[in-house]
Design a protein around this ligand. Sequence first.
Ligand code: FES
Length: 112
Amino acid sequence: MNWYKVPDLQYTKEPFIKKVKVNGKGICLVSYEGDVYALSSTCPHAGAELSGGWCKDGKLICPFHRYSYDIHTGKGDHGQNDFVDTYPVEVREDGIYIGIASFLEKLKQAFK
Ligand code: FES
């Protein structure tokens, strides 16, 4: 797993939902109730930008058709049968870091 610093972001514990780009990936970064979460930025339903949505009860709500995704697991709400990828986050002294597994690491994990 490689860790990438989110550029140009000063973390203040204020809530936010923001699209960031790290290692060429679009990621929806969510600061919610004192923690930071990283999810894929594209809604699997019809491709909306999830950073345009909002959080409610620990779920990220898509602004297009209001599908919702658990910010901890990425799992879609009951009946949706979908999910968004999630990424580990570390808040360090010098900023927020997102962990992204290499293709080989993902492959190994899939066959565990
Ligand atoms: S595009 Fe997100 S719910 Fe439809």
